[in-house]
Design a protein around this ligand. Structure first.
Ligand SMILES: [Zn+2]
Length: 109
């Protein structure tokens, strides 16, 4: 198992999205990898802060939707989709369909 895989599992573990076998492998890796231990500590701090803010700002259905899409979003991260590419995609949508973006696009992540 490569370290890169465990970097993704770090985030999944915060949402209890790992199955039993994955969790066991992950725990074992943490014991041998200081880098992942440090990363997990940092993520937990960030996660606690974000969770606090989300309770105020974001409705429960949106949170559940975000959890469902977590694996997909992590996959997108690993494909190194840059912010610029996301912006360009939004710009393309805007040029192709201004009305749709104006009335329906604002709520999309
Ligand atoms: Zn590691």
């Amino acid at each position: 198992m490569k370290h890169k895989q465990f970097e993704e599992w770090l985030r999944l573990s915060l949402y209890n999205e790992l199955n039993d076998q994955e969790q066991e492998l992950f725990t074992h890796h943490l014991q041998t990898c200081e880098r992942c231990r440090m990363e997990l500590m940092e993520l937990k701090k960030i996660h606690a802060t974000m969770h606090f803010r989300k309770r105020i700002a974001i409705s429960e259905p949106m949170l559940q939707d975000a959890r469902r899409n977590l694996r997909l979003r992590i996959q997108a991260d690993s494909e190194k989709i840059t912010l610029w590419m996301k912006l360009k995609s939004i710009l393309d949508d805007f040029l192709a369909s201004p009305l749709q973006v104006a009335f329906g696009g604002a709520a999309d992540g």
